[in-house]
Design a protein around this ligand. Structure first.
Ligand code: DX5
Ligand code: ZN
Length: 217
């Protein structure tokens, strides 16, 4: 899998998630944002909704946990059948243990970093991971402006990932749209989350294809 485009359900119609997912048939997977009013000042959905979404689509499910205590809650999302489960490193007490638990459940283990969190302290963890998510806005809300200051970190993350030689997805999330995605691809991202750009478009699936083309995929 080269370039992957993951529409974020956060900007979809929560009363019609099944048809919203069907509307983005060109997408590689569906990004699901779990927020708990603790790690971020917003609340979205949790495990019961993810279990229903799992039944409603065969697409890869990319879970982004913006929650406190991921060590306690994250494995259940892998158990629910999500292909990737990403926790915030700022919230995890034992990230190596957690990543191993997620892998043992058959999921890709993902680590997310807020814009101000450096990647270097976690360089030795990368071999335990299958996905690194560089947040390109502060987590919590869709529709925010892309932060260019995250691009140098993305480049450094790409170098660290390449040094492992492993199949680790490098994902960006926040403010990804037709005018920002090429910069992220050039800096080394291969997996792109887009919420408002996709579900705010007149033709969401055409936007998925346009984003893929802009990313060079
Ligand atoms: C924000 C979420 C994102 C959100 C992105 O904290 O993690 O996944 O849906 O929305 P856009 O693409 O509108 O910035
Ligand atoms: Zn997200």
């Amino acid at each position: 899998m080269g370039i992957k485009i993951m529409p974020s359900l956060l900007s979809a119609d929560f009363a019609n998630l099944e048809s919203e997912m069907t509307a983005v048939s060109s997408a590689d997977g569906i990004h699901v944002d779990v927020m708990d009013y603790r790690f971020v000042p917003n609340l979205t959905l949790g495990l019961p909704v993810v279990e229903s979404v799992r039944k409603a689509t065969d697409k890869l499910l990319d879970i982004h946990l913006m929650i406190a205590e991921p060590d306690r809650w994250a494995p259940a999302y892998a158990e629910a059948g999500a292909e990737s489960v990403t926790f915030h490193i700022e919230a995890s007490d034992a990230p190596v243990k957690l990543a191993r638990e997620l892998r043992a459940q058959g999921a890709r283990a993902g680590m997310a970093l807020r814009p101000a969190t450096p990647i270097e302290p976690y360089a030795d963890l990368i071999g335990e991971l299958d996905l690194i998510l560089i947040m390109t806005v502060e987590p919590g809300f869709g529709g925010q402006k892309f932060l260019d200051l995250t691009l140098p970190k993305l480049r450094r993350a790409r170098e660290l990932v390449d040094a492992t030689g492993a199949d680790i997805w490098l994902e960006v999330d926040g403010g990804i749209a037709a005018d920002t995605i090429a910069r992220c691809a050039e800096a080394g991202a291969d997996t792109f989350v887009a919420g408002s750009a996709v579900f705010g478009a007149d033709d969401p699936d055409a936007m998925v294809r346009a984003l893929r083309a802009e990313a060079g995929g």
